[in-house]
Ligand binder design. Structure first.
Ligand code: G4P
Length: 530
């Protein structure tokens, strides 16, 4: 195996999804603890809080307990290079989550053991299913009173339509939670808690009849545990192909807070999560180890650090090896670009990377040429398949309250649209010149307003529109003119000058769709590139 192939096959690139509060941040931190990337837990959260205090729009994140911006973290673990992509926990940012999942080869779904599959887990899982990547499940918070494990498994199967395969089984729950039975080795892993759960928990590998188990569980709990372990063989067996196909999800029980079961999960995950996958392009499939360097931009974020005010484009490497100072093609503009300041990210810290491989994520700062979906390649010229956009469901006019700040207003809107924070439309019948923001979830409105004020010093006001659906309109101009534009449908244009119709309801759309045969209404997802 060549060195490049070896490096690539050791990459594990994944994202964590969860309903807010299920424990995504805590698990992330504990994976870093067990990956030796931090020595004491508590830092990531502390850093987050620090970041929040420097920027108002991040304050919103803290107040609402949601994570809006995604972070990329890399750490080595047992010969693997793990790339962990953080996703927003709130469904209103599902488009951002989807873009992040485009850069991931697997997803970890965190569930709260007392709550099971929550509404937002379900929505985010749908986004995962659309992307078609394997999903690993971590059932968290077993140190609190939890629901019956079998019931939780049933719920995963019923609600998410995947076959859950318990890879381990909890010993007790709540105050009596002491560890897990590992199905593969048929051994029990018991743990001790550490001070404030900040350091790695001592682990004891033992068997089912260890007296500590009997001493700590009630007679009922002990009987339940022993019976369930005996019955495990009657549950589905681990089938690697089914996991890769997204039909099965391996399920792990544990507690991110007390560290119980975290290492077992990580050990299994690096072994079973897929290697970097191929991506489709205009010249067919691009394999990770066949081709020279190529990748695509899946996220752009400006003003991450108010001291720098720069814009960072995040690139997923899809093939080959990247070297600093490499000159690459940028097919969308036809230019060649030298990548001289690539960064790897560790939480809020960045360091210059000299080399990286397919599966890795690098940050490219300071280049305003890039937009989401752009391909960069060192070999032949091609484009990766476009990243689909979600159809917006909420529309509102955005009014600039201080006309002397018009320039900043425009600049801010342009930047936020480049980042994919929202789409911007303009009323084509021009009785109002205020831009119309089109978003998938209403919280996006608040983020746009807060960031405009914070980063561009522009105060704005929103006027909600009654529409709930948009479609690009294709057809001959005189046919398009026949639509009853002034009676309900709003005629708008996007930034490329394409005609976009806003409808009040799906019912209205299907009525006009049936009536005007020579006009085509196309959905956002599959027709328009960004
Ligand atoms: P999120 O990123 O999915 O939104 O969840 P996060 O990790 O922030 O966890 C949400 C809350 O749940 C936190 O408590 C966290 O400490 C707690 N938590 C996470 N994992 C576990 C677990 O395994 N067991 C228990 N008992 N609690 C867990 P908080 O009170 O909101 O914050 P903090 O004051 O503890 O930091």
């Amino acid at each position: 195996m060549s060195e490049i192939t070896q490096e690539i096959s050791n990459r594990r690139t994944f994202a964590i999804i969860s309903h807010p509060d299920a424990g995504k941040t805590t698990l992330t931190e504990k994976l870093l603890l067990y990956g030796n990337a931090i020595h004491e837990a508590g830092n990531v959260r502390a850093r987050r809080n620090q970041k929040n205090s420097t920027s108002d729009w991040m304050k919103m994140e803290r107040e609402r307990g949601i994570s809006i911006s995604s972070t990329v973290l890399q750490f080595p673990y047992k010969g693997f290079t793990v790339n962990l992509l953080d996703t927003p926990g709130h469904q209103d940012f599902s488009e951002d989550t989807y873009r992040t999942l485009m850069a991931a080869d697997a997803a970890v779904m965190v569930l709260d053991a007392a709550k099971g599959v929550e509404p937002q887990t379900r929505k985010l899982f749908d986004v995962c299913a659309k992307r078609g990547i394997p999903v690993f499940t971590f059932i968290n918070k077993l140190d609190r009173p939890s629901r019956d494990p079998l019931g939780l498994l049933d719920e995963i199967e019923e609600v998410l339509g995947m076959q859950p395969v318990p890879m381990n089984w909890p010993v007790g729950d709540g105050a009596s939670f002491m560890g897990v039975y590992d199905r593969a080795s048929e051994q029990v892993h018991l743990f001790d808690r550490t001070a404030r759960n900040q350091t790695i928990s001592p682990e004891y590998i033992t068997d089912m009849d260890d007296e500590r188990i009997e001493a700590s569980l009630s007679a009922y709990q002990l009987d339940d545990f022993q019976t369930n372990v005996m019955l495990l063989d009657e549950l589905a067996a681990f089938d690697y192909e089914a996991v890769l196909a997204g039909k099965q999800t391996p399920v792990y029980f544990g507690s991110a807070l007390t560290n119980f079961g975290v290492q077992l999960f990580l050990d299994d995950f690096v072994e079973y999560a897929p290697e970097p996958a191929s991506y489709n392009s205009t010249v067919g499939k691009i394999d990770p180890d066949d081709d020279p360097f190529s990748g695509f931009i899946f996220k752009i974020q400006a003003n991450m650090d108010p001291r720098h005010r720069d814009s960072v484009a995040f690139l997923r490497i899809c093939s080959g090896r990247f070297e600093r100072n490499m000159t690459v093609k940028h097919p969308r503009t036809g230019r060649t670009i030298k990548l001289s300041r690539p960064y790897a990210f560790f939480a809020e810290e960045r360091s210059v990377v000299e080399e990286a491989y397919a599966g890795d994520i690098i940050g490219l700062p300071g280049n305003r040429l890039f937009t989401i979906g752009d391909t960069l390649s060192a070999g032949k010229t091609f484009k990766f398949d476009p990243i689909p956009r979600f159809a917006p469901e909420h529309f509102a006019r955005l009014i600039n309250l201080d006309i002397s700040k018009q320039k900043n207003f425009q600049k801010g809107l342009e930047q936020l649209e480049t980042e994919g924070a929202m789409q911007v439309l303009y009323d084509a019948d021009a009785f109002r010149r205020d831009p119309i923001l089109a978003v998938v979830g209403v919280l996006q409105f608040e983020v746009v307003q807060a960031r405009l004020e914070d980063e561009y010093n522009v105060k704005t006001k929103l006027e909600m529109l009654p529409h709930s659906l948009s479609r690009w309109v294709l057809g001959e101009p005189d046919e398009i003119d026949k639509l009853p534009w002034r009676y309900g449908i709003l005629r708008t244009k996007d930034n490329q000058g394409n005609l976009v119709a806003l409808f009040n309801s799906a019912h209205e759309l299907s009525y006009y769709d049936g009536k005007y045969d020579n006009v085509e209404f196309v959905t956002v997802q599959n027709q328009i590139e960004i």
